[in-house]
Design a protein around this ligand. Structure first.
Ligand code: SAH
Length: 395
């Protein structure tokens, strides 16, 4: 990939890059040498012509996503070294070669030095989602690197970028296999719980891998309990509850397809007869369910995708949490989450506190939850942190 342009920043705009924050905002650019188009590799310099980094260009608010703070040739060897580094890191955190878990995120965008790229591994299939055209252009090199780093352990690599790329690029992209072929789905194991994952037609890459450790924590609290899992999608929290000896588990999702997937997964559990699933809106389901459940899980989709709708999102979180707090049995445990990146953990805590005031219940915080180590957050890029949760004891 040739370098098509050199971008010079306005005076003083180099500081964040020097601290390894990988985004260049369009407003920081003073001058461009060359005429880069979306997806091009560009070099970024300070006003004093000092090299700062190189990355993929895109028109829009984030003009460049830096993938290297050193001058490199972004060729196959370069991408392979990124994949190798990410692989070694997952090996170190115990996710590769693990006999209890064969589903994890291998590449998490900025957290792994590959802004705009996600790769999730489902047993022997890797699913790639590019969020920038630049990374999508590098997909064949990344796919080849994955094959080499895994040394034959991968049977297929699926590109699912048509729904993650920015609009214009998405129109030209087509989902499909970059390598091998698979039967559109497989049964994976997460902490010894089994799930069928369909990456071709499921949401995102097919499964919410980021809740692995939070599901494991839930399992400690559900024995002989009545559990309600709202926004269940493929039933992650439900299956853990069934396998951990819950008395009954109710799963709720407004999507019929999600409920079908949850039922399929519950059937793989040790106690499918203790499970019931409902394709209905959560608020509607909660109506009239006073003192019915010992444990409630709230894991809604991102209510806010941008800063300008954050206020409405906060109102949404408050209403949902207050409702669950009012309904849960005294002495019940509430697992509540937000995956909106623009709502940080402090704002989320405050919103949940506001809900508790509204519900008029006395509440203790038992645990603060986040995303697991295979969704690493660069300390210089706090925007990479998106999942937060609280476990609450409701008196
Ligand atoms: N907890 C899940 C992930 C949740 S994703 C897991 O562990 O895998 C969010 C889910 O919320 C989606 O499946 C979506 O269909 C569902 N959803 C969105 N709005 C809803 C609503 N108002 N009521 C119920 N489900 C809803």
């Amino acid at each position: 990939m040739n370098i098509t342009a050199k971008l010079y920043l306005a005076a003083g705009k180099e500081h964040s890059l020097k601290r390894f924050h990988p985004w260049v905002f369009s407003g920081a650019i003073r001058k461009m040498e060359g005429e880069p188009v979306e997806g091009d590799v560009v070099e970024v310099y300070s006003k004093q012509r000092e090299f700062l980094g190189m990355g993929h260009y895109a028109p829009g608010s984030i003009a460049v996503r830096i993938f290297s703070f050193e001058q490199v040739e972004p060729n196959y060897d370069f991408w392979k070294s990124k994949v190798q580094k990410a692989y070694d890191y997952r090996l170190q955190v115990g996710l590769i070669g693990n006999t209890h878990t064969d589903v994890y995120r291998l590449l998490y965008a900025e957290g792994d030095g590959v802004p705009g790229l996600i790769v999730d591994v489902y047993k022997d299939t890797a699913v790639l989602q590019a969020h920038s055209l630049g990374m999508h252009n590098a997909r064949h090199q990344v796919a080849k690197a994955l094959q080499e780093v895994y040394g034959g352990a991968l049977k297929a690599i699926y590109d699912k970028s048509a729904e993650s790329l920015p609009q214009k690029a998405a129109a030209e992209a087509k989902n499909g296999y970059l390598f091998g072929e698979s039967s559109a789905g497989t049964v994976v194991t997460e902490n010894e719980n089994q799930f069928f994952v369909d990456w071709e037609s499921g949401q995102k890459t097919g499964f919410f891998i980021d809740q692995r450790e939070n599901r494991e924590l839930l399992a400690k609290y559900v024995k002989d309990k009545s559990v309600l899992n709202t926004f269940c999608y493929t039933g992650g929290f439900s299956v853990y509850s069934l396998n951990a000896g819950a008395k009954e588990v109710h799963s709720v999702d407004s999507s019929k397809k999600a409920i079908e997937l949850t039922e399929r997964n519950a059937a793989l559990s040790q106690a499918p007869d203790r499970h019931e699933a409902f394709a209905i809106d959560t608020f509607e389901f909660l109506r009239g369910k006073e003192d019915r459940y010992d444990v409630i899980i709230l894991d809604p989709p991102a209510f806010a995708k941008s800063q300008n709708v954050r206020h409405n999102a906060l109102m949404g979180y408050k209403r949902l949490n207050a409702e669950a707090m009012r309904k849960i049995k005294p002495g019940g445990i509430l697992f509540t989450f937000s995956c909106s990146q623009v709502v940080d953990k402090y704002l989320f805590n405050n919103t949940v506190m506001a809900a508790a005031i509204e519900a008029g219940r006395n509440i203790k915080i038992m645990h603060h939850l986040s995303q697991p180590a295979d969704h690493p957050i660069s300390i210089f890029h706090p925007e990479g942190e998106y999942l937060k949760g609280l476990v609450l004891f409701v008196e």
